[in-house]
Ligand binder design. Structure first.
Ligand SMILES: Cc1cc2nc3c(=O)[nH]c(=O)nc-3n(C[C@H](O)[C@H](O)[C@H](O)COP(=O)(O)O)c2cc1C
Length: 354
């Protein structure tokens, strides 16, 4: 049996990357950020920053993806400056001093390649291993003073990111880490306002980060239904419940929502084809980024669905992660009809760094 991918049936003269509607190669602006295309590099932790300080190797890694046709890079999760954020020693930090200096080299390298880069700010919450006598912080263990401390830590890291040259800031509120543990009813059992209105703490982080960075610097919030340890978990059982979580984030100053799914083409709720990015855009009016298994196989069978989502205004930007580990120039190959040169992603691509 032969299978024909939708992409391979399209010749260069009927390129899916030109023609009507906002396609992958059309520019996009939000605040003072002007992107040449719709492609985003998804944040991916790589454990290459000894002592939390990104090296020249890290700068070269991101520069390569910017030069390879990605409009906006989102860094791997970077740790906010509080000991409860993580036990990891090779995950980069977003703190003043050597880490800030390292990030300045990274942003300069990306800008020199014509790219734009956002810093993802991260607190691991209960995923932090309780070593060094520092316990994991969770919704159940945090006092209001602890919450205030972490809000301030996010704001300070956002300030550092802007000083280091970042074009945007992304708050990591997805995948079961601290902010998501507040959004998810299973882990947020608080009876105060941080529990009865589960977006309260994430919204306080958004408000504080918004106030800490220039008005023209976009603030992205990444969220998900699923958890890294529970793919079936959901923060919202209905669009109405999702709205109750996203509206406070929008009101607090989020500019873009980055809706993390494992497969972008899956509907977020029964009764509608809209994916999670589609719903977040519909419910808040904010631009959204979709993500999840884009381009994972080089023949891109899901391409028509992706282009339709862009054209229909379901989402505005498209993030890809793993395929960019295998192909630093994926963006350019995809948008110049050199897709036959794209190499399929393999799990072992996560073990190499270039
Ligand atoms: C090695 C690896 C590390 C990741 N690290 C992060 C991270 O630090 N922050 C985050 O929000 N998501 C992280 N993710 C999830 C990706 O951003 C992305 O959502 C996911 O890989 C799905 O996109 P893909 O199918 O295009 O790879 C990571 C994924 C991978 C494969």
């Amino acid at each position: 049996m032969t299978t024909t991918s939708p992409l391979r049936t399209l010749s260069a003269s009927t390129s899916p990357f030109s023609g009507g509607g906002p396609q992958l190669t059309s520019p996009f602006s939000v605040g003072g950020l002007h992107l040449p295309n719709r492609l985003v590099m998804a944040p991916m932790t790589r454990f290459r920053s000894p002592g939390g300080v990104p090296t020249a190797e890290v700068a070269a890694y991101y520069r390569r993806r910017a030069a390879g046709g990605i409009g906006l890079i989102v860094t791997e999760g970077t740790l906010v400056g509080h000991p409860s954020a993580s036990h990891e020693t090779t995950v980069p930090r977003m703190t003043a001093g050597p880490a800030e200096e390292g990030w300045r080299q990274v942003t300069a390298a990306v800008h020199a390649a014509g790219g734009r880069i956002a810093a993802q700010l991260w607190h691991l919450g209960s995923e932090r291993r309780p070593i060094d006598g520092i316990p994991a912080w969770t919704p159940s263990t945090m006092s209001v003073a602890d919450i205030d401390t972490i809000v301030a830590a996010f704001a300070e890291s956002a300030r550092v990111a802007v000083r280091a040259g970042f074009d945007a800031v992304e708050i990591h509120a997805a995948h079961g880490y601290l902010l998501d543990e507040f959004l998810w009813p299973v882990t947020n059992r608080r009876t105060d306002t941080y529990g009865t209105a589960r977006a309260t703490f994430p919204a306080e982080v958004v408000r504080a980060v918004r106030a800490a960075i220039p008005a023209s610097t976009p603030l992205i919030v990444r969220f998900s239904q699923f958890k890294e340890r529970d793919y079936d978990a959901r923060i919202a059982a209905s669009p109405h419940e999702l709205e109750s979580l996203l509206a406070p984030l929008a009101a607090a100053g989020a500019d873009v929502l980055h809706a993390s799914q494992r497969r972008f083409w899956e509907p977020a709720f029964p009764g509608s084809q809209l994916n999670l990015a589609g719903w977040s855009r519909k419910l808040t009016g904010l631009p959204s980024i979709t993500v999840g298994s884009v381009g994972l196989t080089a023949d891109l069978p899901e391409l028509p669905r992706l282009l339709a989502g862009l054209s229909d205004g379901e989402f505005d930007l498209v993030a890809a992660g793993r395929i960019l580990l295998a192909n630093p120039t994926w963006g350019r190959l995809l948008t110049t009809n050199r897709h036959t040169e794209i190499r399929n992603y393999r799990k072992s691509d996560e073990d190499v760094y270039f």
